[in-house]
Design a protein around this ligand. Structure first.
Ligand code: FAD
Ligand code: UDP
Length: 374
């Protein structure tokens, strides 16, 4: 008899499996319908021997010391600060938009002080910041919005920024200094031996059993368990009772090039050209030295594996109906990006899973998190 059946071996499922097994001595079965652990953070060595992220670039960053210390039990880290360039009108310019982006785009030589006035003149006043268009236009004006955000967003989401919550483009700040890092979090690092290795360490416990290539629907009637932790899409759990909750998908095109370096930056965004949104060169992220280099293109899709919840009012309304059902389903805990329909980064899913763990077990803040290290 298992205490828990955990559906999904991504962050949500693996953190809970680790805590329940190691800290609460529970017997746990983790199943995943994919042939591997680590969910969308899965990485592996490709045919050329290069470490690549199968489901697109994953960069770890967090301001939470608790989350960073928790994961540090399972991996060493390689310091890494992510940088992205956007290809606009034939130039490669820093994104997030910063002082250099503005000076180079407009052919100016403004200082940090002057650029504030410049932006204030460009900005369109909005009474209320409701949509992803409002956020950008009210800060940098229409021209930069159209060059850097409008088309990228339409490509990525199949929606105009005016149809998406402000939270989507608000992920990307605007800076008046020359800081060209994508993130400014306190902790920014990559797992030294990759994400999958970190997950292997997390799941390496005698009380944890892992079944891959296994949909929980195929085993739940045969495997005795007391409670379930579900980390898949919430609408699927309820057989789409209220209709399909939209999740945005991507198609990844991986390539290996016979050259040491392929492009000038870890990621190059293509807001206005091509059908893909961005190209990632993994060696920058992993620090691997190799005579070849592997890259990935991301092509947004409406159908396919669910990757992104789509933050907009009508979807929040539909999710609220599923959440009400979930709250009324005894013995099942819904955790993670797909199950709680939240556009969460890795660290936010870890934090959410740790919170659920504390709630399930009644353990107080910080309990056990530092306890069970290797
Ligand atoms: P998932 O990783 O999706 O895991 C859920 C698992 O459940 C899956 O493996 C799935 O196969 C399994 N499952 C679903 N249904 C069933 C079923 N019926 N039976 C069995 N198994 C099932 N975050 C960052 O912090 N930094 C980044 O740079 C970053 N980049 C990203 C880039 C892309 C392209 C994407 C898509 C996401 C990115 N993220 C990034 C977000 C990150 O991937 C997620 O926050 C995190 O992986 C979510 O973990 P999870 O456990 O909630 O879900
Ligand atoms: N975005 C954009 N242009 C860019 C980068 C981002 O318009 O050059 C918008 C786009 O809507 C994107 C969102 O900002 O989906 C969030 O970007 P982020 O890089 O955080 O996306 P993720 O890595 O989660 O795919």
């Amino acid at each position: 008899m298992f205490d828990y059946l955990i559906v999904g071996a991504g962050y949500a499922g693996s953190v809970l499996a680790e805590r329940l097994a190691r800290d609460a001595s529970k017997r746990v079965l983790v199943c995943d319908r994919r042939p591997h652990i680590a969910g969308n953070a899965y990485d592996h060595y490709d045919d050329a021997g290069l470490l690549v992220h199968r489901y697109g670039p994953h960069i770890f960053h967090t301001n939470s010391r608790e989350v960073f210390e928790y994961l540090s039990q399972f991996t060493e880290w390689r310091q890494y600060q992510h940088r992205v360039l956007a290809s606009v009108d034939g130039q490669l310019l820093p994104i997030p938009i910063n002082l250099d982006t503005i000076n180079r785009y407009y052919g100016l030589n403004l200082t940090s002080f002057e650029v504030e006035d410049f932006l204030a003149k460009m900005a369109e006043h909005r009474e209320q910041i409701r949509t992803s268009e409002d956020v950008v236009v009210s800060r940098v004006g229409r021209e930069l919005y159209e060059k850097f955000f409008r088309n990228y967003t339409r490509k990525q989401w199949g929606l105009d920024p005016s149809e998406l919550d402000s939270s989507v483009t608000a992920r990307v700040p605007v800076r008046t200094n020359r800081d060209d890092r994508y993130f400014t979090d306190t902790y920014q690092a990559m797992p030294k031996h990759g994400y999958t290795r970190m997950f292997e360490n997390m799941l390496d416990h005698p009380n944890i059993h892992v079944m891959l290539n296994t949909d929980y629907r195929d085993i739940q009637r045969f495997v005795p368990f007391k409670e379930m932790i579900y980390t898949g899409p919430v609408d699927e759990f309820f057989d789409l009772r209220y209709g399909k909750l939209p999740y945005r998908s991507l198609e990844f095109k991986h390539e290996t090039h016979d050259a040491e370096v392929y492009q000038q930056a870890p990621v190059i965004n293509y807001p206005n050209d091509y059908l893909y949104t961005r190209v990632t060169e993994f060696k920058y992220l992993t620090g691997q030295t190799h005579e070849k280099t592997s890259i990935v293109y991301e092509f947004p899709r409406a159908e396919g594996d669910p990757y992104y919840p789509v933050p907009r009012p009508e979807n929040a309304e539909l999710y609220a109906k599923y959440k009400a059902l979930a709250d009324k389903t005894p013995g099942v805990h819904f955790v993670g990006r797909l199950a709680t329909y939240k556009y969460y980064n890795q660290d936010q899913v870890v934090a959410q899973a740790l919170t659920v763990y504390k709630k399930i077990t009644g353990k107080g803040n910080g309990d056990g998190v530092k306890g069970g290290g290797r």
